[in-house]
Design a protein around this ligand. Structure first.
Ligand code: PMP
Length: 390
């Protein structure tokens, strides 16, 4: 391995390309910068001008429960779901939030009664999204308590189970696992979009969370939305957002509405669009390419392995394909016990399995960053794999 490091350093000193080779590659966060090149290619189509006199009032639409929801954003969300067929929108309340992170907290507030003798248990099957325990525990609430892996939950008491599909970090298609009474399900569908997984049918659950971050890539706009069947739950979520931030940025909602409408336009006005201008096809091709590159690099040796992911027919695109998640859940084989530390020595930052309620043998790798950085990661991973497997 030391000869590998030496040749690596020599290579790294050669020319401009060497600069990126010496840098730390950060694949820890799921920052969706991959999508920037698509939006650049769309030029001014999504440009929105917002004048100084706009967005002055706190209020957007006082006739609906969610009084800070911009009608144009609500329409664009409904239009896109109906186009893609990934969620039922009829007879549901839309609640907008500052990212689905805020909505997750709003749901917890709405579901956990303030007069219960004990805090409500919050569980999710491991490996689970690493922010769930952090968000649940950060304020040491008396309303709810993080109880970890849903597979190990056997208390005879009310609970909330978080079901994420495709799952962050491992891309699996999840069903609830707790078999108790008094359970409430919260479905996090951040990645249930056709660039990541076949859309088999419209999701039809009580509470569903979506986010712009992983749909269009606009994480910085900080917008998410919930589709909620029960009016009382929706109203309590709105109350939480009212208390915590007095609503959600109107400017972001106006921009987001434009972006979602442009996506729908490229499918509904097909005469002026093709595969590279239609957003989900672009995203699908890019994810397919990145997964191909990753599997090729992993197959060069025996150092790493990847999970097998389910294949299905997508009713939106008519393609049959295997789930190609935004993250890879990679395992270090052989004698490498701590995969995160091992990769960090090679200047690759990932998030270790322990954060997700799993083992150090695993890491989560983001596949949705900048292309140059991703290509350099693939180059490094292939090299490590070939040398380690000698
Ligand atoms: N849920 C899941 C499963 C996620 O992966 C993420 C983002 N990493 C979120 C929620 C939070 O998204 P947002 O940016 O909307 O807060």
């Amino acid at each position: 391995l030391s000869s590998f490091s030496a040749s690596f350093t020599t290579q790294a000193k050669q020319g401009n390309e060497g600069l990126i080779q010496q840098q730390l590659i950060n694949l820890d966060h799921g920052d969706p910068t991959m999508y920037q090149s698509y939006w650049k290619q769309m030029g001014d189509k999504t440009t929105v001008v917002i004048s100084g006199w706009q967005s002055v009032s706190y209020f957007s639409d006082t006739k609906t429960h969610c009084w800070f929801l911009e009608p144009g954003f609500a329409n664009a969300v409904t239009r896109l779901h109906n186009l893609v067929g990934n969620a039922e929108t009829g007879n549901r309340h839309i609640v907008v939030g500052t990212g689905s992170t805020q909505l997750f907290q709003a749901v917890l507030y709405a579901l956990c009664p303030s007069d219960a003798p004990e805090p409500m248990s919050i569980v999710s099957a491991a490996p689970f999204y690493s922010s769930y325990p952090l968000i649940t525990e950060c304020l040491k609430s008396g309303l709810y308590k993080w109880r970890g892996d849903a597979n190990e939950f056997d208390r005879d008491e009310p609970y909330v189970e978080l079901v994420t599909y495709p799952n962050n970090p491992d891309g699996s298609i999840r069903e609830p696992v707790v078999n108790g009474s008094g359970g409430i399900l919260l479905h996090d569908l951040a990645y249930y979009w056709p660039q990541y997984t076949p859309i088999s049918s419209p999701a039809d659950h009580e509470i569903m969370l979506f986010t712009l971050s992983k749909c269009t890539g606009h994480a910085g706009m900080r917008l998410g939305w919930a589709l909620v069947k029960d009016e009382a739950i929706a109203k309590k979520m709105v109350k939480f957002i009212e208390i915590s931030s007095i609503g959600v940025s109107k400017d972001s909602q106006v921009r987001a509405a434009k972006i979602l409408d442009v996506i729908a336009d490229t499918y509904e006005h097909t005469e002026t669009s093709n595969d590279s201008t239609r957003f989900f096809d672009y995203g699908y091709q890019e994810m397919a390419k990145r997964w191909r590159q990753l599997r090729e690099a992993v197959n060069k040796g025996q150092t790493f392995s990847l999970p097998n992911l389910p294949v299905g027919k997508c009713n939106f695109s008519n393609r049959t394909f295997g789930t190609q998640p935004a993250f890879a859940w990679m395992k270090c084989e052989k004698t490498i016990d701590d995969c995160e530390t091992f990769l960090r020595k090679h200047k690759i930052l990932t998030r270790g399995g322990v954060h997700f309620g799993s083992s150090k043998k695993f890491v989560r790798i983001s596949l949705i960053g900048h292309e140059e950085e991703y290509n350099e990661f693939i180059r490094r991973l292939s090299l490590i794999n070939s040398v380690e497997s000698l």
